[in-house]
Design a protein around this ligand. Structure first.
Ligand SMILES: [Zn+2]
Length: 201
């Protein structure tokens, strides 16, 4: 049985989006599948209508944008595309899954509708806490079949980076810093170099 749900998780700069696009392209090119790429409205790294890797060699593919607060609006667009193509869309690929509201139920709905689903996203937020519903999707992998890929990132010291260090004005962001600050930046860090001022534990 092929993988129904393929999860790609990891910190910033672990090439998650490049991996998502690579798998989508393999399905298109070799399996001759119709693949629809979905991009939540919070994705800040790509231009309009495309999903783009931060890695300059990571590729770029056209994508359907949707409001991350309401993924359900995509269902009508899928029906419409299938009607236009006269074919099923075998595979739905979602980038930046951590931003999507009701991600667990939405992905479950797609799987039950017979679609294969690819999801890429951050596992932890800048406070090193589970980000959105990404980690919950592992239950769906067990239930429906599939795989979880831990995308690797590396700290400047060379160790594996498990965390996404948030920087505001070049300084480590505090635990209680606001979610949206213009000009913030992220870099992958190992446990030793991850800094989170004001963390409660
Ligand atoms: Zn380090």
């Amino acid at each position: 049985m092929p993988d129904k749900l393929e999860l790609m998780m990891g910190p910033m700069r672990s090439n998650k989006t490049a991996e998502l696009l690579r798998r989508a392209e393999v399905r298109r090119q070799y399996a001759k599948q119709n693949v629809l790429i979905l991009k939540p409205s919070d994705d800040a790294k790509s231009g309009p209508g495309v999903v783009e890797s931060r890695n300059p060699n990571g590729g770029k593919m056209s994508a359907l944008e949707f409001d991350s607060a309401n993924p359900w609006e995509v269902l009508a667009a899928i029906d419409e595309k299938e009607a236009t193509l006269g074919k099923r869309i075998e595979c739905i690929a979602i980038d930046e899954g951590q931003f999507v509201s009701e991600l667990f139920l939405f992905v479950k709905h797609l799987l039950e509708g017979g679609h294969d689903v690819l999801v890429a996203g951050l596992d932890l937020d800048f406070r090193a806490l589970p980000f959105g519903e990404m980690l919950d999707l592992s239950w769906l992998v067990n239930a429906y079949g599939g795989s979880i890929t831990e995308c690797m990132a590396y700290c400047v010291c060379g160790a594996r980076a498990l965390y996404s260090q948030r920087l505001i004005g070049g300084q480590p962001a505090a635990y209680d810093s606001p979610i949206k600050v213009p000009g913030d930046a992220y870099e992958p860090r190992c446990a030793e170099h991850f800094v989170l001022p004001g963390r409660p534990h």
